[in-house]
Ligand binder design. Structure first.
Ligand code: ZN
Length: 326
């Protein structure tokens, strides 16, 4: 790690990092000044939504305003400053190449400006940004393959260190993408897959989703993974394969995956010795930060300072950029 800032953030979405101020500016720029009114509270300082379906709708509306390479560049610079203020010195930032392709945007042009922003962020704030393009699972293997080809083309010279899978977990089983992720690994990129996030799909199916991500796709990291805690065999699998779980407790409450923070199985993962860390997920949309995640976990999940330090050290080992590991 080259930064003086200690925090490591491995699960954060660029599209979820659009600040309310940036949303207002983008809406003005693109001739939709009324749009923020349907996304933000009365004084324009925070996003508002009720439940997972409204969140998805909000996410969609926000992403539609991030249109040009200059827009992506501005959002990345904002994120760099936010991370600096949040004590995070290294972040791997997901961005949906799947959505870009669907919208007719050029991932290469966008990746180019994102990497320029990463250089600027490092110079200005001492924060290292690396990029984790992902595909949308419910759009199928062929679409995901196009997203991966773009990611491989951008490659490490553009700061791409891994490839992920997001979207609707109930409608895009990870096993369907096994051949794709064999290629991702052959390309030397890390594999991080959202799995075990949505209890509504049923405990057995959510657990199996994690198993598929690890066994069929070779995921070194799992996003969320909360369903694992209900199945000792899956916990044993994560431990045996040394899979890092990107925990996002605040997000899980915001989306309704958990009723309350105290339901999060953080201590079960720690007791099992499974490497894991805290992450704000969609930090601006949820109004979350790394410091707030830590504070809430101390208050509601009995996180100790020693455990918090151990999780951050695990995070340093789990980064996909080998040059930044350790
Ligand atoms: Zn996520």
């Amino acid at each position: 790690m080259t930064s003086h800032l200690p925090g490591v953030e491995l699960h954060t979405h660029l599209e979820g990092s659009v600040t309310p101020e940036r949303l207002i500016a983008l809406a003005e720029k693109h001739g939709q000044p009324a749009l923020p009114g349907s996304c933000l509270n009365d004084d324009g300082t925070a996003y508002v939504f009720d439940g997972f379906m409204e969140f998805l709708e909000l996410f969609h509306r926000v992403t539609l305003l991030v249109k040009t390479p200059a827009d992506f560049h501005a959002v990345a610079l904002d994120l760099g400053q936010t991370l600096r203020d949040d004590g995070v010195g290294y972040a791997e930032v997901s961005l949906s190449y799947g959505v870009m392709l669907k919208r007719g945007l050029d991932p290469q042009a966008i990746q180019q400006v994102l990497q320029e922003a990463a250089h600027q962020v490092f110079e200005t704030h001492g924060v290292t940004l690396r990029w984790l393009p992902d595909a949308v699972r419910q759009w199928g293997l062929d679409h995901a393959w196009r997203a991966f080809e773009e990611a491989a083309r951008a490659g490490r010279q553009m700061g791409v260190v891994g490839f992920g899978l997001g979207g609707d977990e109930a409608n895009g089983p990870a096993r369907d993408f096994a051949p794709l992720f064999a290629d991702v690994r052959a390309e030397g990129l890390g594999v991080s897959i959202h799995a075990g996030e949505v209890p509504a799909m049923g405990a057995a199916a959510a657990g199996d989703s994690i198993r598929q991500a690890v066994e069929d796709c070779g995921a070194q990291r799992i996003g969320h993974g909360i369903a694992a805690a209900a199945d000792p065999l899956i916990m044993a699998l994560l431990k045996a394969r040394n899979v890092f779980v990107e925990l996002c407790p605040g997000s899980n409450v915001c989306t309704g995956a958990l009723d309350q923070l105290s339901d999060h199985p953080l201590q079960e993962f720690l007791a099992a010795g499974i490497p894991c860390g805290l992450n704000p997920d969609d930090r601006s949309l949820f109004g979350l930060s790394m410091q707030e995640e830590l504070r809430q976990a101390r208050e509601h999940l009995e996180l100790t300072n020693e455990q918090a330090e151990m999780m951050n050290n695990w995070g340093r080992q789990a980064v996909f950029d080998a040059a930044s590991r350790g």
